[in-house]
Each structure stands twice: as structure tokens, then as C-alpha cells.
Design a protein around this ligand. Structure first.
Ligand SMILES: O=C(O)CCC(=O)C(=O)O
Length: 342
């Protein structure tokens, strides 16, 4: 990072780097995202599914090794494809991408890993609710060091920054303001109070929209208050979102909250040593607590038990009503019963 970028990052909480991905890589990734789009749209509500963090319903695509979910509270729909890196060898370019890693390594220290990878499709009318900023979960905290310190290999090194979650957003096509780019409140990564404003990005004073060109990347601290500005065009907004952090910082993705990202055998076999160093080894969805074969029957069992509890609650209420009636009827006879039974 040059001095200007460091100054901007510290001051604003983000830096906009132009042309991080070359034109060929952008074209290939956009074509791969386009290829997946119809499949994602037509299967997102299908089985198998599981319920992730925040109660989010995720569809697991066994063939692609991805988990996808919908966010639709703002009108238009947004599809988020978690662990999309597994889906197509074209996306391998994002794993240990040298220009990206140069920034990431300046911003966070230690054995860095990818702890979230998302491909997002945002349709007309959709915005991403504003989140983060102010006092926050320590793993998202922004930290400026400006000092010599020991690195992970016990070498004395100069560090300007030493934060945990660093997010990178790549534009797969040009993103003018109308297409719903990322929007941020510059400086909010240093706020001492939680934001009192609504989650609609248009309602927050100080919100700045960040239009991008295809291949640009935004590096930002997760502590920065940010969201997705409304997409008012018919054109679906397609972007890639990665999160980097030291290896011990767990994922904040709804698919594997407080866990590790999911890597398929197929993806792992494509990666070289440098790429493998950024990811956990392959896992099966059983290790993530999800058994695709079980999901339907578990859901049915839960529904059956909920119905049984509702039925028993009803029977209990009827028995209590009858008991009260008998007590009221027998009340006046109690002295006589006591005398007869001795
Ligand atoms: O671009 C968006 O719509 C929101 C992105 C976001 O929240 C993130 O990458 O952390």
C-alpha cells in the first residue's frame, strides 16, 4: 500500500483499488457467474436445505459444493452463494491472487485464511441493509498499530495495521450508482456509539456510494458501517466478496457461523500449496452439522412433535376446565363428604 492508500484506509476505513483483476479474469469470472445464475435461481428454494445462523434457510448444492440463500426484505431479491469458490475452476483466480494478497497482508497479520467467500446477485429494488460500525464483536475491530512488533514467525516487523476481518469486494462489471454498489459511512470504523439510524442506506446521514469499474476492488475493515445501495436497474448486480483474517478467526457466514469455510475435494485437488495455505482442508457437510439425506426427515419429525405438543396443550386446557367445573360443583358438598368419610 502506498502512503496515500494507507492514509485513506486509516481515515475512511476503506480503499478503492482500480483494476485489481485483469480484463481477461473479469470476463471469465462474469461468464462463470452468468452460467451459474439460472441454476442458483431455480434451485435456491429446493431441497436439500438446512437452517444456518440467524435462522437463514440455505440450499446446499451438492454438485457445486455451494450454499445459497435469499435476502428479500428490501423489495428486490438478493441471492448469496456461499463457498462459491468450489463451483468453477475459473474462480481459483481469487485464491492467493497476488495483487489482493499484497493489500491483505498489510492489513492483517499472521497465517491468513479466507473465512468467507460469496458471490452475490442483487436484483432491481434490492438493497443490502446497513450494518456494522461503532463498538462491535472484537473479530471485526479496526486496529492501527504504527509500531514494530513480532510477526507469526517471531521476526521483528513494522506494522501499520493489525486488524482481523478484512473484506474485499470485486466488481465483475461496471457498477454505476444506479446498479447498487457498496455504500459506506467513512470513518464509522472508529465510532464509539452504535448507529442510531435505520438499515435503509438512504436513511443514514454521511452515507457515501462507491461506484466501481469492472475489475476494481474495495478493501475495507468489517468494522466500517456499510451496506448495498438500492439497485434501480433491470441489470442484476454481480459481485464477489471475500473475507480474510488470521486462521484462528472463525467464519461469520450464515452457512458456517463460528466454523470454517467449506472446501470440496474437487476444489482442493486444483489448488497449489500457496492456495491451500489460505483454506482449510476439504470437509463434508456432515462436519458442518448438515446431513443432506437427513434434512427432510428431521424437519418432518420437528413438525410432527410441534403438532403433538399443540394437541397435548389443547387436551390439557380441556382437562383443566373440567377440573375447575367439578371443583365448583363439589365445593358446597365438601363438609358432608368429610363427615361421611370420617
Ligand atoms: O455490497 C453489498 O450489497 C453489501 C456487501 C457487504 O455487506 C459485505 O461485503 O460485507
Amino acid at each position: 500500500m502506498n502512503n496515500e492508500e494507507k492514509y485513506q484506509f486509516d481515515l475512511n476505513g476503506y480503499v478503492h483499488v482500480k483494476g485489481v483483476l485483469d480484463a481477461q479474469a473479469v470476463a471469465k469470472c462474469l461468464a462463470a457467474a452468468d452460467r451459474m445464475e439460472e441454476r442458483v435461481a431455480s434451485t435456491i428454494d429446493e431441497e436439500p436445505h438446512f437452517v444456518g445462523h440467524f435462522g437463514i434457510r440455505l440450499h446446499y448444492d451438492q454438485q457445486l459444493g455451494t450454499c445459497s440463500y435469499k435476502i428479500g426484505h428490501s423489495g428486490g431479491l438478493q441471492y448469496v452463494v456461499d463457498d462459491f469458490l468450489n463451483a468453477d475452476p475459473v474462480f481459483d483466480v481469487f485464491v492467493n491472487h497476488a495483487p489482493t494478497m499484497a493489500y491483505v497482508r498489510e492489513l492483517t497479520m499472521g497465517p491468513v485464511r479466507i473465512n468467507s467467500s460469496e458471490l452475490r446477485y442483487r436484483h432491481r429494488g434490492n438493497f443490502t441493509a446497513t450494518h456494522m460500525g461503532g463498538p462491535i464483536d472484537a473479530r471485526n475491530e479496526y486496529r492501527f498499530v504504527g509500531a514494530r512488533m513480532l510477526d507469526a514467525d517471531s521476526r521483528v516487523t513494522w506494522r501499520d495495521f493489525e486488524m482481523l476481518n478484512v473484506r474485499v469486494l470485486y466488481a465483475l462489471h461496471d457498477l454505476p450508482e444506479e446498479n447498487g454498489p457498496l455504500c459506506v459511512v467513512p470513518g464509522s470504523h472508529k465510532a464509539n456509539f452504535p448507529s442510531p439510524y435505520d438499515v435503509d442506506p438512504r436513511q443514514e446521514p454521511g452515507m457515501v456510494v462507491l461506484p466501481m469499474k469492472a475489475g476494481d476492488a474495495l478493501f475495507f475493515t468489517e468494522n466500517l458501517r456499510h451496506g448495498g445501495f438500492p439497485n434501480v436497474l433491470e441489470k442484476v448486480r454481480k459481485t464477489v466478496h471475500l473475507c480474510f483474517a488470521p486462521a484462528w478467526v472463525a467464519s461469520q457466514s450464515p452457512a458456517h457461523w463460528n466454523g470454517l469455510v467449506h472446501v470440496t475435494d474437487a476444489a482442493w485437488s486444483r489448488y497449489d500449496e500457496g492456495q491451500r495455505a489460505l483454506l482449510p482442508p476439504p470437509s463434508s457437510w456432515r462436519e458442518h452439522g448438515f446431513n443432506p439425506e437427513m434434512s427432510d426427515s428431521v424437519l418432518q419429525t420437528v413438525q410432527r412433535l410441534q403438532q403433538e405438543v399443540a394437541n397435548l396443550t389443547e387436551v390439557n386446557a380441556q382437562l383443566n376446565a373440567r377440573l375447575s367445573l367439578w371443583k365448583a360443583m363439589l365445593g358446597p358438598l365438601r363438609p358432608l363428604i368429610r363427615r361421611l368419610t370420617g
